[in-house]
Every structure is written in C-alpha cells, then in structure tokens.
Design a protein around this ligand. Sequence first.
Ligand SMILES: Cc1cc2nc3c(=O)[nH]c(=O)nc-3n(C[C@H](O)[C@H](O)[C@H](O)COP(=O)(O)OP(=O)(O)OC[C@H]3O[C@@H](n4cnc5c(N)ncnc54)[C@H](O)[C@@H]3O)c2cc1C
Length: 315
Amino acid sequence: RGQRLPYDALLVATGGWANPLQCQGVQGCRHIYNFVTLDDTKTIIERMLESRTALAFGGSFISYELCDGFAARKLDTTWLMRGPYWLRNCLDFQGGEVVDNIAKKFGVEVIHGDEIESVVPKNGVPGYVKTKKGREIQTDMIGVGLGITLNTSILANTPINVRHGVVVNEYLETNVPGVYAAGDIAEFYDMTVNEHHTMGTWDNALAHGRIAAINMAGGHQPYLDVPTYTSPLFDVNIAVVGTAESNNPELQSISLREPGEKGNENYRKLFFRDNKLVGVLMIGSPKGRKKLVDIVKNQQPLETAVEREAVLTLK
Ligand SMILES: Cc1cc2nc3c(=O)[nH]c(=O)nc-3n(C[C@H](O)[C@H](O)[C@H](O)COP(=O)(O)OP(=O)(O)OC[C@H]3O[C@@H](n4cnc5c(N)ncnc54)[C@H](O)[C@@H]3O)c2cc1C
C-alpha cells in the first residue's frame, strides 16, 4: 500500500511456496493437488472419499506423505518419482529399497526414473497420466511434492545477496547490516560443516528464529545447532539429524541395513566430515537417535573405522 515502515533491524522469513505440476493437460483440470495448508488437506481428503485410484508424484517428504495418505485410505496408489530412489539427496539404492518395500507392503506401486509428461483429463478431472517413458497410469487424483520455490522476489531490487536462498553469516545477518534472514529462506553458514546451505524443517526455522531475535535485539550469538527432523513413514519412522547429504563430496558415509520390526527393515546412514559425525539418517527403529544427536552436537572425533562402525550399531 506504499507505506514506509522504519526499522532498526529487519527479518526476512518469507519461506517458500510449493511448486505446482506444470505439464500439458493440467490447465483447467481439477483434483491435482499441492500439499501445503490445512485447507489443502481437507480438500484432498474430500476427493479421496470419492476416488478409487491416486497418484503421488515426487521423490521427497511431501510425496510420501501423500502416498501414505492415499494408501491408508485403500486407494489403488501409484508413487512416481524422477530419481532412482526416494530422497536421492540423502539416501542410496539400499536405503531407497528399504522405503520401497515398506510402501509395497501397503499396496503401493512404486515407479522410479520416470515422470509425468501430460495429464489426460476426462470431464475436467484426471483420467490418466502419460509418463515420459510411455506409461499410462489411471488416476482419479494427483498429489504432487515437487519441492518449493523460495520467496526471494521481494529482495530483487535490493543489495541483499541472494543465491539459492538469502545468504546470511553465522549470526543470520545478510551482507546488509541490520537485515537478517531465518528459516527456509536463509542460506546460512552452518558451522558444523563449514559451508552455507538451506534447510527446510520446523526445527531449523525455530532455532533460526531464536538466534535472529537475539542478534536483532543487540546480541551477538552465532547459530550453532543440530536440526533434527522426525516423521512417520508408513508404519515406521524416519529421522534426519544434521547434515545428511549423499551428494556432498566433502562428506563420507557408512550405512547399515538390517531386519527390523513389523516385517520391515531398519536402515541407518551416517555422514562424516573430517572424522566427525555431522549427519544421521535413520529409517525404522529410532533406538540410539538421542545418543547420535549428542555425538553430532559434541563434535566428538571418531578417528578409526572401528569407532565409526561402533556408532553405526549404537542403540
Ligand atoms: C505439508 C508440509 C509438511 C511439512 N512437514 C514437516 C515436518 O513434519 N517436519 C518439519 O520439520 N518440517 C515440515 N515441513 C516444513 C516446514 O513447514 C518448514 O520448514 C517451515 O514452515 C519453515 O518456516 P518458515 O517460517 O521459514 O517459512 P514458512 O512457514 O513458509 O512461512 C513463511 C511465511 O511468509 C509469508 N510470506 C511469503 N512471502 C511474503 C511476502 N512477500 N510478504 C509477507 N509475507 C510473506 C508466507 O505467507 C508464510 O506465512 C512441512 C512443510 C509442508 C508444506
């Protein structure tokens, strides 16, 4: 509205917005859903009640939550993802297979390495989708989890440094003194791995908020935290601690796959940098998670392979 609002310190915490499905056939076609708000959830549930088939598209958390929801309501569910396995930036083939097996136990058909080329509507709702590899998948509804686009456009004509996110130092301050960023939008300097990155979790957003507030009020406190993320994954749990990045050449990883409960498997992957544990990914049993978080927090050196293997089986 053209108002001018003075500030001593300014926080940018505009987060991101879910990327929509963009392909031939989506225009004017109902029952293609992103999954962000409570209203989205209500609408998706309404449509599930009148559907027989559903397609979840995407290779990360939102798509599996949609897939889990579809399968829990006994829809004939297909889970389609572009990558070679789920969560390809954190997992590997073995971990991906563990997740696939859990999904298959719930009747989900999992398809990797393919993507939607077009939606073929019938009377304004999905009839089926065609994939790039020539599949035709019948579906009454489509749920998409295709990542987010960070809301950085308000900074377009400012001197504030924006790369993927808004670049901030360890005090969460941008290159313009007095302007801070926090949460999903912040490309922050992570002192545990000595590099900038973004992280899209509540835990991270909350911890950023606290530190940014302290520094905006005149404090001088660096952000040094180990964000954690836990979530149900069908009938097991997944936990991600710290920096769990398979595609980061600076990190080394070891993993363990073993029989778990309810006919599932447990999968644990540890990420090290310079012999220090910096990230953990656990699927299945959460036993040992707190101890692992402490090891990441304490930056305890694990010099030998034997020490690192011992952490892999810590309960
Ligand atoms: C379906 C779903 C499930 C999730 N589940 C989990 C989970 O289980 N665990 C977990 O850790 N994380 C989860 N997340 C991620 C988590 O929600 C985000 O990491 C967290 O909300 C980030 O907080 P934020 O404050 O940085 O940004 P946001 O929560 O995105 O808030 C940004 C706010 O800024 C507003 N805004 C944007 N642009 C402007 C503008 N120009 N002017 C004014 N206001 C603006 C937006 O409207 C919004 O209110 C989930 C996300 C989704 C979508």
